[in-house]
Write a protein that binds this ligand. Structure first.
Ligand SMILES: Nc1nc(=O)c2c([nH]1)NC[C@@H]1CN(c3ccc(C(=O)N[C@@H](CCC(=O)O)C(=O)O)cc3)C=[N+]21
Length: 297
């Protein structure tokens, strides 16, 4: 391996530290802690682990965590009612409804019900629109975390060729907009892109977010490029019933060619939750009309 490792886990720990300090000062100024509400529908074991981790980290950052669980069979109307209640609750600054939802629920409808100024996931169309036109709003946590890692590594990104592999609403599209706003020349590639390896080989910055284990190969990477791997795929591993996590990039191959690369786990994943906490403390300052010092996060 010749690439430098981009340590998302360490960067996320530093970000949580800063969020914790800002949140302590907020609690003093506002006379209450900032609050994040997380809603989980159903009993998916992986989702339960994530929700528990979010709650723990929220509390560790001097904020209040509110957890709500609905059974997998709950009606959509029940969830919408809960979201409305959280919208009105002044102790709640941020609302996250864990996705995916059960199939009988309309995710777009549920996300649309969240007050855009409490939508710390940045999934509401109002926040997508704000990002598209460059207004302040909430930016989805995973792409914002990727941008933080890129700027920390590369500084000014202007003029660089960036290729985003994947066009989802939660990663690919907002990622492309953030890179465009940072003056990169951006290509959005996906499963139907012709000669994908050739397209990726042009990139100074590769962001892989397609959800296909180890799809991006070493010979797709321009020597010295910066590779951000958003994929989190659980695959079978050696040993009876064993599994392991791999990204969308073939790490061992790509690390021989890239200038820098994020690992999975320990790369983008931990950044997602740290940025969620960052977005929540930003929301709290806006809700209480307390100024947040530029550069304190
Ligand atoms: N409304 C909503 N917002 C989300 O942000 C959201 C969601 N729904 N549904 C599920 C996905 C998934 N997600 C992850 C967050 C952190 C890690 C993470 O910290 N991963 C660790 C490894 C964790 C492990 O070992 O399983 C890592 O990459 O190092 C992974 C995945 C947020 N999501």
């Amino acid at each position: 391996m010749s690439a430098d490792l981009i340590d998302g886990k360490a960067f996320a720990a530093g970000l949580r530290e800063r969020v914790g300090e800002v949140a302590a000062a907020f609690a003093k100024a506002a006379g209450r802690k900032a609050g994040l509400a997380v809603v989980l529908v159903g009993e998916d074991p992986a989702s339960q682990v994530y929700v528990r981790n979010k709650g723990r980290q929220t509390i560790a950052c001097n904020m209040e965590s509110f957890e709500y669980r609905l059974p997998a069979g709950a009606q959509e109307a029940e969830l919408l009612e809960l979201v409305e209640r959280l919208n009105r609750d002044p102790a709640v600054d941020g609302i996250l409804v864990q996705l995916p939802l059960p199939h009988h629920m309309d995710e777009l409808k549920v996300i649309a019900a969240i007050d855009p100024d409490k939508d710390v996931d940045g999934f509401n169309v109002v926040n997508a629109g704000r990002l598209a036109v460059g207004q302040p709003g909430f930016v989805p946590c995973t792409p914002l975390g990727c941008m933080m890692l890129l700027k920390d590594r590369l500084g000014d990104l202007s003029g660089l060729d960036a290729v985003v592999v994947g066009r989802s609403n939660i990663v690919g599209k907002p990622m492309a907009q953030l890179l465009t706003a940072a003056s990169c020349t951006v290509t959005v590639a996906h499963s139907r892109t012709r000669d994908l390896p050739e397209v990726v080989r042009r990139a100074d910055i590769v962001v892989a977010a397609v959800g296909r284990p180890q799809m991006v190969k070493g010979d797709w990477i321009k020597p010295g490029a910066t590779v951000i791997d958003v994929g989190i795929n659980r695959v079978p591993a050696a040993g009876e019933g064993k599994t392991r996590l791999v990204g969308d990039v073939d790490f061992d191959e790509a690390a021989k060619v890239a200038g820098a690369i994020t690992p999975v786990p320990g790369g983008v994943g931990p950044m997602t939750i740290a940025v969620l906490l960052r977005n929540t403390i930003v929301a709290a300052h806006r809700n209480e009309k307390i100024a947040l010092e530029e550069g304190s996060l």
